[in-house]
Design a protein around this ligand. Structure first.
Ligand SMILES: C[C@H](O)[C@@H](O)[C@@H](O)C(=O)CO
Ligand SMILES: [Mn+2]
Length: 596
């Protein structure tokens, strides 16, 4: 089903070419260089960045250069009409700070002051950033390292990096704004992350929280409120592509027979359709006479409670969660959905951040076990080697993780990867499905049955584990651990995997260690993780997450990103000399982006 998932258009990036307002020589001499810089930014961003549906990002340039306040106002008007969420002010010269700056409260802002010496673009940059700081409208500064010649069209690589990092974060902020987090069910087994905090979503993310009782799924099944033709297609596809594993978890008396398992398959496939329709709506339902259900909840992320009431009685949500979180299903290769297990909305938020920054599927996992080298040797008789030699973290949850997490896709060098859907080949999607087996659920946990996905993530895949926590008296904080998946000796893997929930997908993770006490060893990362879950994104995206967090005024309490890559609004440096302390102080001073 290739239907539009959200209301409205994608937010655009607005380019504001500012200029020295003195007509009669100065302004005229700068017009074409200034507009040229604006155009070069458009060329860079539209050729580099894509929206979640794979279309190139759209930029709009102000109708004229902006020299005086009337032109600022005209630009603001145009941007409002065009749906601009992110603004980039650009200039090679001196301009009048408070007259030309972007004064909209909720746009995400940056200023690139050209590093040339013929005209003082950098002086304007400093002046206008001072204005932004003084007025409480934080802006990112971009000042290239090396002096360029006036008239050059080229954007130096350090400036490119900042433009792209800024634009990615700004687009993520703008895309989530106005969308919903949908809870299907409520609090799961007392997990704090599933006590959904509407103030957080509204004030920090500009999102709204929707909730439906899980019984809505049963109503839609019972009353036939799903696309029957699609269901038949989905079931046939599932039978052909999702191989069932023998029942390895259940005692004899709990094993379901063939007929019961077949019924479970029908049930879980139907669930997947209905959960998706709840999130995004489905025009087919309108044709069937179900106008209300056809609308969906405009949900850019959702969570399914599952345990316990649902799973004690019905087949579990693992299939629906795993398949929706993946980049492919019976409709073909398509954008993944963001669906948190156990309705852990805070992990769902971390998934949403990772997804919007990368357009790739996110692994949802319990941060389950730290295995020290000593403990591994004790239970397996073997030493951990290579990248795993200093210990490993076992990431595993009931089989709800994206199947992309099997790491069967490849980057340009043939290394394991998870990619945006438009770069995934049929062969790669099939390889992910083939690497996954569906194990009849452990009925001591899931009395109602169902199927859990089981795969082993390939090693040597760079990834970033992220978690959002809410701290009373402080607010939201983020944790970020960049690292890699690792391969273990198959015998060692088998012994460790068999000791735990062997019917679930396993990712062996090793963080990059640093001087920081949180990252001095693998144990410390596990020991300092703030909750039971983490969201794992492909690639080393910690710096992008840090930039996004600063835009949302969410401080980062733990990360292993190199200091040179940290990019936050210019005013952050006014809050002290240590980057992490000043992040807390700045976020505190500005408060949430959408505070009421
Ligand atoms: C089946 C169990 O209840 C698991 O789902 C549980 O350990 C968790 O995943 C907790 O986050
Ligand atoms: Mn869990």
């Amino acid at each position: 089903m290739k239907t539009k998932r959200f209301q409205g258009q994608w937010p655009k990036i607005g380019i504001r070419p500012t200029i020295d307002g003195r007509m009669g020589g100065v302004r005229e001499s700068l017009e074409s260089q200034t507009m040229g810089m604006a155009q070069s930014i458009v060329d860079l961003l539209t050729s580099t960045l894509k929206y979640p549906d794979g279309t190139p990002v759209e930029c709009v340039i102000a109708d004229s250069t902006i020299g005086r306040v009337a032109e600022s106002a005209a630009c603001a008007e145009k941007f409002r009409k065009e749906g601009v969420g992110v603004t980039l002010t650009v200039t090679p010269c001196w301009c009048y700070g408070s007259e030309t700056m972007d004064m909209e409260q909720h746009t995400v802002k940056a200023v690139w002051g050209f590093n040339g010496t013929e005209r003082p673009g950098a002086v304007y940059l400093a002046a206008v950033l001072a204005g932004h700081a003084q007025k409480g409208l934080p802006a990112f500064g971009i000042y290239g390292h090396d002096v360029q010649d006036a008239g050059t069209k080229e954007i130096p690589s350090d400036v490119k990096d900042k433009l792209i990092r800024f634009a990615k974060g700004g687009l993520a902020v703008s895309i989530m704004k106005g969308k919903s987090y949908l809870s299907i069910g409520a609090v799961c087994m007392g997990i704090a992350g599933s006590i959904v905090n509407t103030d957080f979503f509204e004030d920090y993310l500009g999102m709204r929280c929707e909730g439906v009782d899980e019984v809505e799924i049963i109503r839609r099944m019972t009353e036939g409120i799903y696309d029957k033709e699609e269901f038949e297609k989905a079931l046939a596809w599932t039978k052909a592509n999702c191989a069932e594993n023998e029942d390895i978890c259940n005692r004899e008396d709990l094993k379901k027979d063939r007929a019961a398992k077949d019924k479970d398959w029908e049930f879980v496939v139907k669930m997947a359709l209905i959960v998706r329709d709840l999130m995004s709506g489905n025009p087919k339902l309108k044709e069937m006479g179900f106008g209300e259900e056809a609308l969906g909840h405009n949900a850019i992320a959702a969570g399914f409670q599952g345990q316990r009431q649902w799973t004690d009685f019905y087949p579990n949500g693992d299939f629906a969660e795993a398949i929706l979180n993946s980049s492919f299903d019976w409709t073909g290769i398509r954008a993944p959905y963001v669906l948190a297990t156990e309705n852990d909305a805070l992990n769902g938020t971390a998934m949403l951040f990772g997804y919007l920054l990368t357009n790739t599927a996110q692994i949802f996992a319990d941060v389950r076990t730290y295995w020290s080298p000593e403990a591994v040797e004790r239970v397996t008789g073997q030493k951990l080697t290579g990248a795993a030699s200093e210990g490993i973290i076992h990431l595993i949850n009931s089989g709800a993780a994206t199947l992309d997490g099997s790491a069967q896709q490849q980057d340009a060098n043939g290394k394991p990867a998870m990619k945006p859907f438009w770069n995934i080949s049929e062969k790669e999607a099939k390889a992910c499905l083939d690497a996954t087996k569906w194990v009849p659920a452990n009925r001591e946990y899931f009395r109602g049955g169902g199927f859990s996905s089981k795969f082993l993530t390939k090693g040597e895949m760079p990834c970033t584990m992220v978690r959002l926590n809410l701290i009373k008296g402080l607010g939201p904080v983020l944790q970020i651990a960049e690292g890699w998946t690792v391969d273990l000796d198959p015998k060692v893997h088998q012994i460790l995997d068999d000791r735990t929930d062997k019917g679930w997908p396993t990712t062996w993770f090793v963080p990059r260690l640093t001087e920081d006490p949180n990252f001095k060893d693998v144990y410390s990362v596990m020991n300092n993780w703030g909750a039971n879950h983490g969201s794992i994104s492909y690639g080393h995206i910690g710096a992008d997450i840090i930039t996004l967090a600063s835009m949302l005024r969410i401080p980062v309490c733990m990360h292993n990103v190199c200091e040179d890559d940290i990019y936050r609004p210019a005013a952050w440096s006014a809050f002290g000399m240590d980057k992490e302390g000043s992040d807390f102080r700045a976020c505190q001073a500005y408060g949430p982006l959408y505070k009421k």
